[in-house]
Design a protein around this ligand. Structure first.
Ligand code: GUN
Length: 292
């Protein structure tokens, strides 16, 4: 192995410890407990597990959480009513609507409705619009891309002037990651399913963010020697040696890439734990903004 392992679990724990310490201080000073409201629609097991972990993290860091679990067939009107009531609720600092929503619901209208000061996921069009504009600052940056950039910076990877390649253009990861990298003066290429000669484009990357959702698609010989590789993929593959019968792997073939890269995140234990850590940081920030 030549690459330095970027330990997301450790770095996420450090972020969580900092958040917990700041929360304890503000509560001791008589200020409110930062509180996150989660909204889960339907019964997708992955979404339910993510929402549970978010509530648990709040508890562990001394923050409050309220969870709203709505039936899969809820109407747009009912969901919007809940969002409006959470916007008006002074005891709620952050609102997180777990995505994806069932297909009959209009996600854009829901995200647009979340008060910008409570938009701890950073998905409202105002926050994303600000992220996309020079000289404007979003109130909140989407948690997974925020975690990716945080891992790069903590590991001492120089972003300014680097050639960065982002694999995937999703609203949740790829697109905001590209915008953040541009804001930090990287030269950014965004690749997707129609990109021609993907390996050749990836070989130019000093920084690679892989968020395309394809099991171990990025091979070792796609990696530029010394590159920083951030693997956002979480894919289950069958593994008879595990009790669960499966294991998680990323979008990058780790065993190959680690022999070429300068820095690499493992899966699991890389980007995954960062998403919730950054959400906690955003929720604390929301409470601080609302103090004013
Ligand atoms: N679904 C997958 N990732 C996320 C996330 O970061 N936030 C929300 N709300 N939904 C998601």
């Amino acid at each position: 192995m030549t690459a330095q392992l970027i330990d997301g679990k450790l770095i996420a724990q450090q972020v969580r410890d900092e958040v917990a310490a700041t929360v304890a201080k503000r509560v001791a000073a008589g200020k409110s407990k930062p509180t996150l409201a989660t909204v889960l629609v339907g019964d997708r097991p992955d979404s339910a597990a993510y929402v549970r972990s978010k509530g648990k993290a709040c508890e562990e860091l001394g923050m409050g959480s309220v969870s709203h679990h709505l039936p899969a067939d809820i109407s747009q009107e009912e969901l919007e009513k809940l969002i409006k009531s959470l916007n008006d609720d002074k005891t709620v600092n952050g609102i997180l609507v777990q995505l994806p929503l069932p297909s009959h619901l209009n996600e854009e209208r829901v995200l647009q409705l979340i008060s910008i000061e409570k938009d701890v996921d950073g998905f409202s069009p105002i926050n994303i619009g600000r992220l996309a504009q020079k000289g404007r600052e979003p109130l909140f940056v989407p948690c997974t891309p925020y975690g990716c950039i945080y891992l790069l910076e903590k590991s001492g990877v120089k972003i300014e002037g680097a050639n960065a390649v982002v694999l995937g253009r999703s609203n949740i990861v790829g697109m905001p990651a590209a915008l953040l990298l541009i804001g930090k003066n990287a030269t950014v290429t965004v690749c997707h399913s129609r990109t021609k000669d993907l390996p050749a484009v990836v070989r130019q990357a000093d920084i690679l963010i892989a968020a395309i959702g394809k099991t171990e698609m990025v091979r070792g010989d796609w990696i530029k020697p010394g590159a920083a590789v951030i693997d956002v993929g979480i894919n289950s593959v069958p593994d008879a040696t595990k009790k669960s019968g499966q294991r998680l792997v990323g979008d990058v073939n780790f065993n190959e890439a680690k022999e070429v890269a300068g820095f690499i995140t493992p899966v699991p234990g890389g980007v995954g734990p960062m998403t919730i850590a950054m959400l906690m940081k955003n929720t604390l920030r929301a409470a601080e903004i609302q103090d004013k």
